[in-house]
Every structure is written in structure tokens, then in C-alpha cells.
Design a protein around this ligand. Structure first.
Ligand code: NAD
Length: 387
């Protein structure tokens, strides 16, 4: 059976995520393969229209990648029935008004996280989408990383016994921009533009914890701005008003405690830029982006604390690499394909705007905890809830 192509409005496509992960690695890669394969074996093709603020940037990208359609007029694209999906990869601060318009135009919505700057707005988007009956999805890319998929395999196999705790380290040094150019956009360091490591990373931590170990029921966090002044893309000094590190404890259903450090002011001394150690009664594992190492209770050494003797045991040798046993495609693309199947043939899809709102809520609660010094409880949430 021949299908009409799915027309995708791609807004914010000149940015880091919009260009590389969503356009090149996902939508154009899918297009080059003839579209997304559906459950009956047929394929539905995708066609993007690029949307942004700069005509010249859009024209350059369109020309380079053989894309026929681009515009700086979002409303024109939204009013054209040829485009049925709206994708948003803009800076966080520009997202909510654009998604509101896309929902009002009846488009299916697929967006980067965080879905909004506040829980109130995030819930509003989830409720609007529900009321309009439009399909919606939010990027949950970390769940598709090979390291985390191997970790999920260990969880599902019962390897850990009872999971006790999770300890995670995320971060690396982001240059200040004066003596070496910063490797992240400057808006990330201004809270007025939707920046901050809590707003950026807690939505990720929420879905990682929720999907692998259980919902987050409470948070205590300390967010700080270690580097108060940075230099922007033009070399101009600016006040870094957003947090660049957060030290947090998350309490999960069932008594599991997760302790995660997130920092753009830390130097890497671990195998990967993010690592999670999971300890359970029967085994432990350390997962990164790609790798995952495990230690079963039967292979656990018995250290004895002795400050008089220099350490001779190599504790890293006690861990075994979890094999790939699978081929891992780009996670952004895999998630796009799942969402497009949801659009084309109503395949199940759970990572929706309400899931995105739970991530925004964790960020908001983390910042509130940091401001007040209090532990914040998080009751379960539905799309009809007020913030
Ligand atoms: N899933 C992930 O792992 C991940 C990683 C990084 C960023 N993100 C998210 O992706 C989004 C984009 O981040 P990025 O790092 O690609 O940022 P970026 O600065 O590289 O790109 C932002 C895009 O938004 C556009 N833009 C900038 N200012 C705008 C404005 N005022 N109004 C409208 N559009 C504007 C830019 O032209 C650009 O196309 C953010 O919401 C961020 O939280 C997700």
C-alpha cells in the first residue's frame, strides 16, 4: 500500500540538536532509506520543511541537503495541511508559544526537552494536546544509549536482586569562553534564556530513573553557579545567572535512593561523560553512554580496611564488561521512528508531553529545594493537574 509522506515542520534546525541529531541523524537518514517501516512491512516516507529565524541559514542547510521547503514564517507552515508533524528543537525559552500554536493547528508534536520553563506551562501543553487529540512525544534519548540499554537488560533479568541505590556522575569542564571558546551555547548559562544545568539535566534524570528503576517521589538538591562570569559567542563577558552544577538526592518508589551530581565545572576522571553505578543485593553495575560493567555477588571481593597497608588489589579488575549482543542505532533516530509509527499507524508511544512535564517538575522541584534547603515531595501527576 502506498502512503502519503509525513510532512515534518522542523523548527530550530540550525542549532546543535536540531541540525545534527534531529535533521541529519534522524529525519534525513530516514528519508535516505525510503522512510519508516511500518508493521505491515511497507514504508512511509518523510519530508521536512525547515523553519527558523534566519533565511540565509535555512537556505544554506536546504541547499546542502536537498530539502525543497524552508520558511521563516512558522504560521504559514502550520496552516499548510501538507505538514502534519511539528518538531521543536529551539532554545527552551522559545518552545512553549510555538508548541501552543502547533497544537492549535492540529499538528502532532514532537519536541526536545525540557518541554517548558515551568511546570505550569508544561502541564498546560500536555492538557492542550490531550484536549485537541493530537499525538505528542518528547525526546528521551538517554534511554536509547547502548550503555543504558545494557543496564536495562540487567534490570529486566533480575541481575541486581533488590536495587538499593544509584550513584551518578555527569559532567565535564565547559570552558569559560575567555581564554578558550566555550563548547556549549551561552544561553545555557543564563536563566533568563531558559539555561541552567538543573533545567537541562533533571528532565533527563527523571525519565532515566522513572523508566529503569521507578518514579521519583522526592528530591533534595543544591544547585550552584560555580563560574559567575563567562564570555559569549562574540567574546563579550556576561553574567552567568544560571546554575552550572547541581548535587542532588532523589528518592524513588520502593525505597531506592539515587544520588546524582551534574556539573559543567568538573574535570573528567571516569570512563565516560556520564556514569551510573547501581548497587543491588545480588549484583552491581556501572553504565556509561556506551559501556556497562557488572559485578555479581559471587565475584565480589572482601576488602578489609587497613590504613597501614598500601592497596595492592585492583578493584577495576573485578568488573566484567556486559556484551553488546545487539546493534544500537542512533537513539534520536530510533525514537523518531517510534514516534512516526505512532503517527502513521497508531503504534503505542509512552514518552508524551505528560512524561515531559514530570521532567520539568523535577527540575522545578530541584531548584525549589535548592532555594529553600528543603526536601520536596512529588506526588503522581496527570494532564488535568494544575501546577
Ligand atoms: N536531548 C539532549 O540530549 C539535548 C542536548 C542538548 C540540548 N537539548 C535541548 O535542545 C534544545 C536546543 O538546544 P541546543 O543545544 O541545540 O541549542 P542551540 O543554541 O545550538 O540551538 C538553538 C536553536 O534555537 C534557535 N533559537 C535561538 N534563539 C532563539 C529565539 N530567541 N527564538 C527562537 N529560536 C531561537 C537557534 O537559531 C537554533 O536553531 C534545548 O531545549 C535543549 O534543552 C537537548
Amino acid at each position: 500500500m502506498a502512503h502519503d509522506p509525513i510532512g515534518i515542520i522542523m523548527n530550530g534546525v540550525s542549532g546543535r540538536m536540531g541540525y545534527r541529531q534531529h535533521l541529519l541523524r534522524s529525519v534525513l537518514a530516514i528519508r535516505a532509506e525510503g522512510g519508516v517501516q511500518l508493521s505491515d512491512g511497507t514504508r512511509v516516507q518523510v519530508e521536512p520543511i525547515l523553519v527558523g529565524r534566519s533565511e540565509s541559514k535555512l537556505a544554506d542547510i536546504a541547499k546542502k541537503h536537498d530539502i525543497a521547503d524552508w520558511t521563516t514564517d512558522l504560521d504559514a507552515a502550520l496552516s499548510d495541511p501538507r505538514w502534519t508533524v511539528y518538531g521543536d528543537f529551539q532554545i527552551t525559552g522559545a518552545r512553549v508559544p510555538a508548541i501552543r500554536r502547533a497544537i492549535a493547528a492540529g499538528k502532532a508534536v514532537y519536541t526536545e526537552k525540557p518541554t517548558a520553563g515551568t511546570l505550569e506551562e508544561a502541564l498546560e501543553l500536555a492538557a492542550l494536546a490531550k484536549a485537541a487529540g493530537v499525538k505528542n512525544g518528547v525526546v528521551h534519548d538517554k534511554l536509547y544509549l547502548p550503555g543504558l540499554r545494557k543496564l536495562a537488560r540487567l534490570v529486566e533479568s533480575g541481575f541486581f536482586g533488590r536495587v538499593l541505590s544509584i550513584r551518578g556522575e555527569f559532567g565535564y569542564w565547559v570552558f569559560e569562553g575567555d581564554w578558550q571558546a566555550a563548547q556549549r551555547p551561552s544561553w545555557n548559562y543564563r536563566s533568563e534564556d531558559g539555561g541552567g544545568i538543573v533545567a537541562d539535566m533533571f528532565p533527563h534524570w527523571n525519565y532515566v530513573l522513572e523508566n529503569l528503576f521507578g518514579p521519583v517521589e522526592a528530591v533534595y538538591a543544591r544547585a550552584v553557579t560555580h563560574i559567575p562570569e563567562r564570555s559569549d559567542e562574540q567574546g563579550q563577558a556576561y553574567a552567568a545567572t544560571a546554575d552550572d552544577a547541581a548535587y542532588a538526592v532523589f528518592e524513588l518508589a520502593g525505597g531506592v535512593v539515587a544520588q546524582l551530581n551534574s556539573s559543567w565545572a568538573v574535570r573528567v576522571n571516569r570512563k565516560e561523560l556520564v556514569e551510573f553505578q547501581v548497587d543491588g543485593t545480588h549484583g552491581s553495575a556501572v553504565a556509561g553512554l556506551f559501556g556497562c560493567r557488572a559485578q555479581h555477588r559471587t565475584g565480589t571481593p572482601k576488602p578489609v580496611w587497613n590504613p597501614d597497608l598500601a592497596e595492592t588489589h585492583d578493584y577495576f579488575d573485578d568488573w566484567a564488561e556486559v556484551p553488546d549482543n545487539d546493534v544500537y542505532a542512533n537513539g534520536f533516530r530510533e525514537q523518531w521512528e517510534q514516534f512516526l509509527r505512532h503517527v502513521a499507524e497508531d503504534a503505542p508511544y509512552t514518552f508524551d508531553l505528560l512524561a515531559g512535564a514530570r521532567g520539568v517538575r523535577l527540575a522545578e522541584a530541584g531548584l525549589e529545594s535548592s532555594r529553600t534547603g528543603r526536601r520536596i515531595e512529588l506526588p503522581s501527576l496527570t494532564a488535568g493537574d494544575d501546577a
